[in-house]
Design a protein around this ligand. Structure first.
Ligand SMILES: [Zn+2]
Length: 299
């Protein structure tokens, strides 16, 4: 369902959607693969997309850890399947590389640093920017879309609800308004933007599934990947920031919808049981540091 011929006139902004085969685009309606027949991707690589220091952990763990600093990881993932390459998130802007002052999405709260570029890590695998077929975005916070502009010839895939949200009127939370303004700037106008509604089978064989997990932002998503030896792996996006939050069902104060956040965490929990899936939590540095890093891979 996802294969389509690229329209020749590349200068035209292409905003298209995928048929989901569902009667409505209701967020609660699930469209997930059959675990017994789902296809496999060949390889899954972790890409180092930065790390950050926040001065008050309680922003992410309301009611706990007030005034405590915390270090987060920023992780991107690269998937190889039948000579196609899928990049999940794009991390902290490459202009931040080795800058001791770092870069920020919310300067009073958090500072990001970058030790390696995506382009350098792709080159380590013999890949160039134009080899990336799909860039799939978990959501539009700056630390996830910082390099989306580096991939002008890739299909940029995100939830329609997320795209709509960044262009919606500002609300009461000024931090959230700031994040939306930055998102509009970093997103720019991709020439091949593909908007999806809810759970979506990216390649049509059940090997990579975009999983709707709203709440952190209105169009947040996670990614379910199926590997022959490793089984199912669920890449969190920001459905949860820390393993501890997942266990205690704690919702960060920056999230746009508390009830949806809890429901999305429950969906992830159900999926972990159904698919016997491991959950890789993007920003949980303690967990991330234990995971394989490119050029090593999961297969
Ligand atoms: Zn986020």
């Amino acid at each position: 369902m996802f294969k389509r011929t690229r329209i020749a006139i590349m200068s035209i902004l292409i905003v298209s959607s995928f048929p989901t085969g569902r009667a409505s685009a209701g967020a609660a309606e699930e469209n997930l693969p059959d675990r017994t027949t789902a296809g496999f991707v060949e390889k899954l690589y972790r890409v180092d997309c930065g790390h950050s220091l926040a001065n008050d952990e309680s922003v992410w763990t309301p009611g706990e850890n007030a005034g405590k600093s915390i270090e987060f990881s920023s992780t991107c993932w690269l998937i190889e399947h039948k000579n196609q390459w899928v990049l999940w998130d794009t991390g902290v802007p490459q202009s931040t590389l080795n800058d001791p002052k770092g870069w920020s999405t919310l300067p009073r709260l958090i500072v990001y640093h970058l030790d390696k570029t995506i382009t350098g890590q792709l080159a380590d695998l013999g890949l160039k920017i134009n080899d990336i077929t799909y860039v799939v975005l978990s959501h539009t916070h700056g630390d996830h879309i910082g390099n989306v502009g580096l991939f002008p010839n890739s299909k940029i895939v995100m939830q329609r609800a997320e795209h709509k949200w960044i262009y919606s009127p500002d609300g009461a939370n000024n931090n959230v308004n700031q994040l939306k303004a930055l998102a509009r700037k970093l997103m720019g106008k991709p020439k091949d933007l593909q908007l999806v509604d809810g759970d979506t089978d990216l390649l049509g064989d059940g090997s990579i599934t975009l999983v709707s997990t709203p709440g952190h932002t209105p169009g947040s998503q996670s990614l379910l990947v199926h590997l022959k030896n490793s089984g199912f792996i669920l890449l969190s996006g920001d459905v949860v920031h820390l393993a501890d939050n997942f266990e205690k069902k704690i919702v960060p104060s920056l999230n746009t919808d508390n009830a949806a956040s809890i429901a999305s965490m429950d969906k992830v929990r159900r999926m972990m049981a159904t698919y016997h899936a491991k959950l890789f939590i993007n920003h949980d540095k303690a967990q991330t540091d234990m995971l394989k890093l490119l050029p090593a891979f999961y297969d």
